[in-house]
Design a protein around this ligand. Sequence first.
Ligand code: 13P
Length: 226
Amino acid sequence: MKPLIIANWKMNPTSLAEAKKMIVKGAVICPPFVYLGLLRGELGAQNCSSEEKGAFTGEISPLTLKDLKVKYVILGHSERRKLFSETDEMINKKVRRALASGLKVVLCVGEIDKKEVLKIQLEKGLEGVSRDEMSKVIIAYEPVWAIGTGKNCSVDETMSSIILIRQILSNLFSRAIADKIPILYGGSVNSSNSGAYIKEAGANGLLVGGASLKPDELSKIIKSSY
Ligand code: 13P
């Protein structure tokens, strides 16, 4: 599996000129929505609506993203769960709508403290998703305590969480399907720790936040993953 490096810019930058300078080849860039039609390269969105179209002020349809040639959408990020009160049920509706619209879904899961939550997040988040559709799903393991804190998860712990996630997916779908699903690591990734997640912990890629805002750093992260 070719490592998948996804840059989650979150609510950065605040100008198009800056955004254009921050594009790095070899990563999927997930900028704020408004830049998606204006940037070139492999793009992802950071969220989408669970609805197709209609009277939903301020929402963005997955069909609109698809029309802009956006390939991926991040769903269930812990910031959306915590700051915007997204529940597993809401996330599941978005996952299903995004898949039905032809997007690849990056479903984020991660514990605040207890790993039991991973099973719930995966079970509920993927409810009603067909075996065929699972070929368009990517899981991002992001322990909440590691996000934006500089406290990245150890290689050993990441490895055991990835094994646990694959086991849960295997029970939900099948071993063959679970083996094919890319599982990424995210949480305080930088160019010094990135390589180990791919080469030692068994991650199939990375979901990078803060470090993805610095193009040189993101390039180094990409290089370290090969
Ligand atoms: P940081 O890399 O800034 O910790 O953010 C991780 C993240 O939330 C990516 O989605």
